[in-house]
Design a protein around this ligand. Sequence first.
Ligand code: BES
Ligand code: ZN
Length: 631
Amino acid sequence: MLNKFTGLVIVGLTLLSGCSDNNVKPTTTKPVTETTSQTNQIQVGKDYHSQSNPEQVKVTHIDLDLTVDFDHKVMSGYAELTFDKKDPKATSLIVDTRDLTINSVTANGQKIDFDLHDADDFLGAALEIPLPDSGNKVKINYATSPQASGVQWLTPAQTAGKKYPFLFTQAQAIHARSFIPLQDSPQVRVTYKATIRTPKELLAVMSASNDPNTERDGVYEFNMPQPIPSYLIALGVGDLHFKAMGERTGVYAEPSILDAAAAEFEDTESMLIATEKLYGPYRWDRYDLLILPPSFPFGGMENPRLSFITPTVIAGDKSLVSLIAHELAHSWSGNTVTNATWRDLWLNEGFTTYLTYRIMENVYGKDRYKQEAVLGYQSLEADVTNLTDKDQILAIDLRGRDPDDVFSDIPYEKGALFLREVEQKIGRDNMDAFLMEYFQHFKFQSITTDEFLAYFKKHVVANYPDKLDMDRINQWIFEPGVPQGAPMPESNAFSIVDNARNNWLNGEVNANQIDTQNWTVHQWLYFLNNMPDELSLEQLHDLDRAFNLTESHNNEIAHSWLLIAVKNWYQPAFPRLHDYLVHIGRNKLVKPLYKALSKTVEGKAIAKKAFDEAKAGYHPLTVKANQGFVE
Ligand code: BES
Ligand code: ZN
């Protein structure tokens, strides 16, 4: 096992200013203004987002016993932590907490004094527990707070069925500490067992073994035998029912959406088989989906064995199922090989985005993949235009920052583009062989960018001295922007869309004369996303009359259209806009709308009205991300 705490130091930002001759200057970025100083050194492998001490005492297993109390929005019970004393001189175990009430800590049945330190703004409060004289377990009796940042409590009215309450957790990046006292760092891997006690009529599911035939008696047992990082511990409780999709795949959802979800995602088993063929065995037994209420703040979350999925992608035509390919791909890139710190998130998301494209190509063909890749590239371009230079770096410096505030397409699409370039240079077969070995080599480990680079240099770059060079690779990883000459996704299916849009913009045709009959959802998105910033009211009416865009049932198309409507003050779409903002809590879909609305006084009033109405039903993350736009 590699030691992450060797104190190895690199100068984080020198690479920015030190462009060597081989490096092409980034194409689309502003000049770098950051200066380098000694104080700017990043300690590689150090997790700046945890106050725990795994280098001294590392937690290896957690036994949880929690009772879910919907009336008080509290979970209470205990977490018994099994630890491994790494440093013989260590005297205490330190774990992360946020907004937890610690009732007592015991070891071998005896109470021990603990110290709950003052809370840091976004890291929470460190809980220091003196090591017991004997044994390697401590039991923490605790309760969560109704405001726990990683838990959303939904009233019956906020669910699809309207009859039962619902609860789900979202731990990534640093929210597990708000519902379990633990070493909340992705470089600490634990196995876990859990007993979850719920009202009898509800079912609990976790990122662990779930028995589809379990008795619904309000007491549910779980086991996660593979060591996972804390951000992958997850729980959902509600009026959940199960429907199988394939031998190893199925869906959990509220009854009213179960069939629609199972139909939409019926290709999950094929995706699983395709991914295994490309990248080696699926190491997690079953792969199920949990469909959440629309307030789920993300598209999906790769909780092992049980991805959490937004219902907003159930479009009726499988057009948005790349989300499933993405969460499934994380079973390899992310869950099997994990980023050691949040600086290394691109190892999770960039690899996963690359794998997603490959899975989509495999299961749905080249055309579909190419269209999705162009759309991904375009959103990367937008980020490269809008983000500061330091936020365009794959191995990003997140010291002193809340990872929630730094969410962008950089780790995703730039990371994937880097891997696509490597693939193009060394050939697809060699790339596939490398990835298969990489997942095998680092399985169930958490690694840093530097560990990846050392491995990559030795096992790939060294074999292709004429095709790959470390200067360019360092440029990809440590510099802003996208290197000149990077692969540029293209799709023929979009040329006809460009033509149609141009002809319409030039006034050569009316919207209803455009032949859109065979357009894919992605062509529609490309059509709308590439409209000029300003359109006339007449043009907007023409589009809406011809295509009924305001009423689109596809949440992505509706999003793109509503964004155009806001920017051009197209009022007929505003009732739908209000409805959209109130019913959907997925941050990627609502944040750009709030942001665009916040640019004008009148827009802000509309935003505020929707936000005030929606707030009680939004997830804490969505509230935090959008509050600023309505103040
Ligand atoms: N693991 C991420 C979600 C995440 C990332 C949560 C960082 C917190 C911090 C998940 O796999 C993801 O990437 N979701 C995307 C999916 C999309 C790119 C297909 C989302 O939710 O939009
Ligand atoms: Zn992801």
